[in-house]
Design a protein around this ligand. Structure first.
Ligand code: NDP
Ligand code: DXP
Ligand code: MN
Length: 398
């Protein structure tokens, strides 16, 4: 196969759940895919282990203090991989010649700069980092359009919708589509009342019933904030107003989302809950690639059930719809407050019910302003983090 057919891939967030799944798919296609850049946050040992297996040209650690350990570890392993450190280095690698494709799988707003850089540089962008779309969706979609990037959403629901729309993204489908329906598993606490959520622990919250994921998104699934973030994500990716985006709880997580068209047709994408399918769609689109995921045997799986989300017990979904409706800086505020709240909960500093309370308080304290620039959004993000941190500290105080 000619060298030009080999797709060089930067996996940002390589040590995480999505990063690991992406590398699994890449390793199945040695003639077509190559991990040329691997990047992580702080975990130098895990990054070094991946470098020994995948032998990338570049490895980058966001934590500047990790540089020496990464460089020395690569040298000790006899690898030619170049060591880099700091977020700017990751952003430069995402935009540079070392990769044609970027898997954006850093968790949280920390992924924004590298995702934006990949979009501006016209990469094939496998977008898992939903927080960057929530924070700066309009800018990111515009950067991809202007830079000639192809965004393939790999969040499972958005990947499903992308497939149902035949890859048309935000273009050319608006008149055909009546509504988008995002499915939600309901998380580990589906069916519980608000009172029954008061004492749940971080360990219970990250035990997702269907998907194996990192801690932050697992807590988001448990509060239904994940679905709220996904509503805003769908708004930007598919140019749909919130009023035409619905959420349906589907505990089996086999129907990944649906699109209803104006002629009464509904298309859905189904498959086992394994992110390698969405990632293979991202690498191969418009062709299909082997992903390592088996087929779906509906006779074995039995019933497919659907129910309405309970926004009284799980108000984060309502808060996200309200932030989308308010527009401007509100989604950035929602996202930042949620990141602080989830981190505080995972550290055992606040209770589960304090997550929506803290987000709601922050949104009320910092009303939406026009999101006229990236700087305005960054400022909204910083202010929301300050406010939410103060509140979390107050809630923690004995
Ligand atoms: N997991 C899933 O199935 C799905 C995830 N997503 C989205 O994908 C993203 C990643 O999720 P997931 O893989 O579960 O998360 P994980 O927590 O498993 O992994 C996070 C990755 O991000 C890296 N990271 C953390 N902070 C930084 C930073 N400041 N700079 C650079 N890298 C950093 C981590 O590195 P280190 O190990 O060194 O800390 C790790 O590689 C999230 O936005 C999530 O919402 C979307 C759909 C499904
Ligand atoms: C795999 C994926 O895309 C996750 O976002 C998943 O959807 C989380 O499950 P919930 O439906 O419980 O939020
Ligand atoms: Mn999802």
């Amino acid at each position: 196969m000619p060298a030009s057919d080999l797709q060089s891939v930067a996996v940002l967030g390589a040590t995480g759940s999505i990063g690991t799944s992406a590398l699994d798919v890449i390793a199945r296609h040695p003639g077509r895919l190559r991990a040329s850049v691997l990047a992580a946050g702080r975990n130098v040992d895990a990054l070094l282990a991946l470098c020994r297996t995948h032998r990338p040209d570049h490895a980058a650690i966001a934590d500047p203090d990790g540089h020496a350990a990464l460089r020395d570890g690569l040298a000790a392993a006899g690898l030619p991989t170049r060591a880099h450190a700091g977020m700017d280095a990751i952003t430069d690698l995402a935009a540079g010649n070392a990769c044609q494709t970027v898997v954006a799988a850093i968790v949280g707003a920390a992924g924004l700069d590298s995702t934006l850089a990949a979009a501006r540089a016209g990469k094939r962008l496998l977008l898992a980092n939903k927080e960057s779309l929530v924070l700066a969706g309009e800018l990111l979609v515009a950067a991809a359009r202007d830079g000639g990037a192809c965004i393939v959403p790999v969040d499972s629901e958005h990947n499903a919708i992308f497939q149902c729309l035949d890859g048309r993204g935000s273009a050319n489908h608006a008149e055909d589509v009546r509504r988008i329906v995002l499915t939600a598993s309901g998380g580990p606490f589906r069916g519980r009342s608000r009172e029954q959520l008061a004492d749940v622990t971080p360990a219970q919250a990250i035990a997702h019933p269907k998907w194996s994921m990192g801690p932050k998104i697992s807590v988001d699934s448990a509060t239904l904030m994940n679905k709220g973030l996904e509503v805003i994500e769908a708004h930007h990716l598919f140019d749909m107003p919130g009023a035409r985006i619905d959420v349906l709880v589907h505990p089996q997580s086999l129907v990944h989302s649906l699109v209803e068209f104006i002629d009464g047709s509904t298309l859905a994408q189904l498959g086992l809950p394994d992110m390698r399918t969405a990632l293979a769609v991202g690498f191969g689109w418009p062709r299909r690639m082997e992903s390592g995921v088996g087929g779906l045997d509906l006779l074995t799986h039995g019933r497919l059930e659907f129910e309405a989300p309970d926004t009284a017990a799980f108000p984060c979904l309502r808060l996200a719809f309200e932030a989308l409706e308010a527009g401007g800086t509100a989604p950035a505020t929602l996202n930042a407050a949620n990141e602080v709240a989830v981190s505080s909960f995972l550290q055992g500093r606040i209770g589960f019910l304090s997550i929506p309370a803290l987000v709601e308080d922050t949104l009320a304290a910092l009303p939406a302003a026009p999101a006229s620039s990236l700087d305005a959004l960054r400022e909204a993000d910083a202010r929301a983090r300050d406010r939410a941190t103060q509140l979390a500290t107050r809630l923690t105080a004995p």
